[in-house]
Write a protein that binds this ligand. Structure first.
Ligand code: ATP
Ligand code: MG
Length: 359
């Protein structure tokens, strides 16, 4: 019997199919180089699924995702489906996958490739060598807490409300993901909260301190979220791994992304308790450039590297891909989003060709 791992590929909409096609070529090439065997399957999600089946997350897609060891996703959404009501839109397909697979742990590395230093929004000396990992809790916190809604208060005025809640088990499991990640890196973990104001984050801080006893080799520090935002743009290299809740992580990871120059370079992983994961670029479906063959495929290609590292236990193959990406940047290849005004840019496919060749 083959013990080949199962990978489900969900190209999605807009530039999704274009960038995923290049990532698949890279996956095949790295499999060949490292003698790995994978079973690849494809399914529909987002607008492509709406057009074919009437809904953004067909049962068949969800069943295949649950059975897979890892899912590689392009992007979903586009102007074509903008008129649909909220519950029927392409984005619901993505949220449905996250919720149904229990993908609570979102890993977003922010790495500045030295070749792209001039694309950062900060001065080169502040970002040179930047390599941080943000671990964001993805299925709890204020984005999901109950009760929530809009009501009329005692003064007869409308008020909106949400609930910021985290249970001990939710905090522990994201904490463990972060400590494990820090252990494999520079062994420094900064937990970000608002423990001077919010009780839920006092519990968060206390549980992180408890966990730290199990990871004596990792240095744990704490920071309030307002200060963390400031420190990220003042001196980002002080961080190695950051762990934080859903909303703070949403904000801080976008902030960190800008330090590295282009949204087209940044991969992500979303993991569940079984180590199953969904891997996708942090950018969206980029309707403005879809179909033109100019999108940067590197964020998706680097997502394949994360997939090999976190869900398929093939860290060497992951390293190989990351080195190949670095090499094509050394060679001066640039898609339009990362090309300087005086530099020529190459197509999505030419960038894919170059990475495959570098492998
Ligand atoms: P979403 O809501 O799905 O996150 P969005 O509307 O926030 O989508 P993106 O689709 O991420 O935005 O696009 C934002 C901008 O970045 C667009 O101008 C788009 O062309 C550009 N962009 C996004 N991804 C890439 C890429 N891989 N290569 C080049 N440019 C990109
Ligand atoms: Mg967006």
């Amino acid at each position: 019997m083959s013990n080949a791992k199962n990978i489900l590929i969900l190209p999605g909409d807009g530039i999704g199919p274009e960038i995923v096609a290049q990532a698949e070529r890279v996956l095949s090439k790295v499999a060949e180089r490292h003698n790995l065997e994978f079973n690849l399957d494809h399914a529909l999600v987002g607008g492509a699924a709406i057009d074919a089946t009437g809904g953004p997350l067909p049962d068949d897609t969800l069943a295949k995702a649950k059975a897979a060891d890892a899912v590689l996703l392009g992007a979903v959404g586009g102007t074509k489906w903008d008129g649909l009501e909220m519950a029927k839109r392409p984005e619901k397909g993505l949220l449905g996958l996250r919720a149904n697979l229990g993908l609570f742990g979102n890993l977003r590395p922010a790495i500045l490739y030295p070749q792209l230093a001039s694309a950062s929004s900060l001065k080169p000396e502040i970002v040179a060598g930047l390599d941080i990992l943000i671990v964001r809790e993805l299925t709890g916190g204020i984005y999901f807490g109950q009760p929530r809604g809009e009501r009329i208060n005692d003064q007869g005025e409308r008020e909106g409300y949400n609930t910021y809640v985290y249970s001990e088990s939710e905090i522990k499991r994201i904490g463990r993901v972060a400590f494990e990640a820090a252990r494999k890196r520079d062994k420094r973990l900064c937990s970000v909260d608002k423990a001077n104001v919010l009780e839920v984050t006092v519990l968060w801080r206390n549980i992180m301190n408890d966990l730290a006893k199990e990871y004596p080799d990792v240095e744990l520090t704490h920071m309030y979220v307002d200060n963390a935002a400031m420190q990220l743009v003042r001196a980002p290299k002080q961080f190695d791994v950051i762990v934080t809740g859903n909303m703070f992580g949403d904000i801080l990871s976008d902030c960190a992304a800008m330090l590295t120059g282009s949204i087209g370079m940044l991969p992500s992983a979303s993991l569940n308790e079984a180590g199953q994961g969904m891997y996708e670029p942090i950018h969206g479906s980029a309707p403005d450039i879809a179909g033109k063959g100019v999108a940067n495929p590197l964020a998706t290609i680097l997502s394949v590297a994360m997939m090999l590292r976190y869900s398929l236990a093939e860290p060497d193959a992951a390293d190989t891909i990351e080195r190949a990406v670095s090499r094509v940047l050394d060679q001066g290849l640039r898609t339009a989003d990362i090309a300087g005004s005086d530099e020529q840019s190459v197509s999505t496919e030419a960038m894919g060709d170059a990475v495959v060749a570098a492998l």
